[in-house]
Design a protein around this ligand. Sequence first.
Ligand SMILES: Nc1ncnc2c1ncn2[C@@H]1O[C@H](COP(=O)(O)OP(=O)(O)OP(=O)(O)O)[C@@H](O)[C@H]1O
Ligand SMILES: [Mg+2]
Length: 317
Amino acid sequence: MPEEKRTPAADANGKADDKAAAIKASAAATPATPAEPASPAGLPELVRFEKVTKSFRDGAQMRVAIQDISFVVHDLPNVGELVAIVGPSGCGKSTVLRMLAGLRPHFPATNGSVMALGKPVTGPSAERGMVDQKYSLMPHLTVVENIAFGLKLRGVPGRERHDRATEWAKKVGLEGNEDKYPGELSGGMQQRVSIAATLILEPKILLMDEPFGALDPKIRMQMQELLIQLWREQQSTVFIVTHSMEEAVYLGDRVLRMAAKPGRLVEELQVPRPDVPPEVMRKKPWFNDLTQELLRRLETDAPASGELPGLEKWRTQ
Ligand SMILES: Nc1ncnc2c1ncn2[C@@H]1O[C@H](COP(=O)(O)OP(=O)(O)OP(=O)(O)O)[C@@H](O)[C@H]1O
Ligand SMILES: [Mg+2]
């Protein structure tokens, strides 16, 4: 994705016309198909998938989970990119994410290469933080202890990690719940602990597999807004897997649309960066156009069809 979309001015004031101009420049310069990744503009690569194939089992039992997936995400100065991955169940979204996280059995690739921060992925790393669908909280630790757990493993002294974890509990809206145990929290609260426990480690790349899937619509929207806010503060690059087209279009700068049998990347789509809360965005006609068209493409297994038509309307608003 080109630099124009990322100027601090556009991010700071969030005005629709600035954004429209930036998106226009970005769309003009960025092809929509995975065959032609976004213009590198001399920027270092953050993530590169090069013809990545993953098969499970051997011989007659062999199943191809993903086939020949290639894409590049560049390391943009002072900002991260939010990449949403959508596709039907079983098309390999989690496989892509877990491969990038370096987690077995999805990692390593059967063929092709996965690079992160310019180096081949050889296993898990603190630079690549994963928030799994199953909130992996430790039931015997309090909210603050769960959030601080990674810092403890890094040898951060007790007082400091307690203070930093308390600060993070506040950031994710859990003030007053610091001493509770996961069993005493709602699903949405547990997910916030899980997000805080990952973000406190300041990963350069944040991987989220259907993080809001189990939440009710209202909390889901609150979490989307919170994620956007934290992501802007931290400037990390986020990959988020979702079954919600609204979430993909709201959160994503770019949507990777996948298809099944075999799992493959069909197209990369540019979408506007959110500048208003999700409940406001949802009422905009162009937002509805974008999500409906994305859903149509997904449901009909459409071939790469280029830019989403709603974008054009949005730009001319
Ligand atoms: N550990 C495994 N062993 C064997 N096959 C696997 C394993 N993990 C995934 N697969 C297969 O790989 C394919 C892709 O699975 P994956 O979990 O990545 O899909 P997904 O797009 O995340 O699906 P969902 O939306 O349901 O979470 C599926 O056919 C699945 O059965
Ligand atoms: Mg999955």
